[in-house]
Ligand binder design. Structure first.
Ligand code: AHG
Ligand code: MN
Ligand code: MN
Length: 334
């Protein structure tokens, strides 16, 4: 029997009491927006969605047409439902408060509307990453500071990967579930429950072109992997780097592995490339919920107190024993 995302969410609300009616609505709306982004992605050149938009986001990155389209789809889908107080996006300078003409809810939605922008025009998997927080009761109104909560306070997190299949992956704190888009039915269908990441792996993901800029613990770890059977690890490793975090994380949730975008010496004042609120927090929660681990080198990512909306962070996540090894290499250095 097929279980649709809608039915799954109703059961999470009714039988398990894990989510409120508003959060259920929010997740339904996010899934609908992802479906619509998936259609735009699929049309590609036929839909005129490829190429650059010739604008820059707040982080100085050139925006692609699809970055902007996906951002607009998510904003328009979510602002009128009454479930949200405000939204924040990698592609917007400041937060988007729900306009006065609509009722305001208590949830905060954060997203990377289109992850893996450099892969859009070359027809490689890309995705949407989202994170949901709840406005703290003590707060009057909503402002940027409402969003500055550590990742462990997320109430839902997930992503949708637009690849050979469109797959939505979700956690509400009760394990990780995968839903595949059935295009004929127009709905997401549960295709994997309670995803678990193997604790050990022989596969790592890192952009090797940055090797000369890495810090010692990361160099040591990769160097030992590269020595294979003859080295201290006593086994051969394989490497993958898709350059879409969604696709790399999806592979790790499916068959294990370790993903790293560590701090490096290119721009030493920047803590890393990936964004804490839109990428690292939701992915770290999914990975932990599937039995893996996620750190910035020294600390658990979900415990970091954000100080800025667009803050960046060093990311190491995936199979538990590998992440713990990397953690110990970092602690030995400091
Ligand atoms: P975005 O497209 O949202 O800016 O994110 C791209 C990120 C991430 O998805 C990926 O892992 C990484 O950037 C790739 O960076 P490099 O091109 O430096 O490898
Ligand atoms: Mn991204
Ligand atoms: Mn993006």
């Amino acid at each position: 029997m097929n279980i649709s995302l809608s039915r799954f969410l109703v059961e999470q609300q009714r039988a398990k009491g894990h989510i409120s009616a508003e959060l259920r609505l929010l997740l339904e709306v996010v899934a609908r927006a992802c479906k619509s982004i998936s259609h735009a992605v699929n049309k590609g050149a036929l839909g005129g969605v490829l190429g650059s938009a010739e604008s820059e986001n707040v982080q100085g990155e050139v925006q692609k047409k699809l970055d902007i389209i996906a951002n607009e789809v998510l904003i328009e889908a979510n602002e009128w439902g009454g479930h949200l107080a405000a939204m924040a996006s990698e592609e917007m300078d400041s937060i988007h408060i729900v306009p006065n003409r609509y009722p305001q809810g208590e949830y905060l939605l954060l997203f990377d509307p289109l992850d893996g922008s450099s892969n859009i025009d070359v027809n490689v998997s890309i995705g949407t990453i989202f994170s949901v927080l709840k406005k703290q009761d003590s707060q009057e109104g909503v402002s940027e500071s409402s969003f500055l909560q550590p990742g462990r306070q997320q109430v839902a997190a997930g992503y949708c990967v637009y690849g050979p299949q469109t797959t939505l992956v979700l956690t509400v704190g009760d394990g990780v579930f995968m839903f595949t888009l059935d295009r004929e039915q127009g709905s997401f269908v549960l295709t994997q429950s309670d995803v678990q990441i193997p604790e050990d792996t022989k596969e790592f993901a890192i952009n090797m072109s940055n090797m000369r800029h890495w810090d010692q613990p990361v160099r040591r770890y990769i160097d030992e992997c590269l020595q294979g059977k003859e080295g201290p690890r006593g086994k051969d490793f394989n490497m993958r780097w898709i350059a879409s975090m969604v696709a790399d994380v999806h592979r790790i949730l499916t068959r294990g592995g370790v993903f790293m975008y560590p701090w490096d010496k290119r721009e030493p004042h920047k803590p890393g490339k990936l964004r804490l609120m839109y990428e690292a927090n939701p992915m770290s929660w999914l990975i932990e919920q599937a039995g893996g681990a996620a750190i910035n080198g020294q600390q658990r990512i979900l415990d970091l107190q954000p100080t800025q909306l667009h803050e960046r962070v060093s990311v190491i996540l995936g199979s538990k024993n590998e992440v713990e090894r990397l953690h110990s290499y970092h602690l030995q250095q400091s």
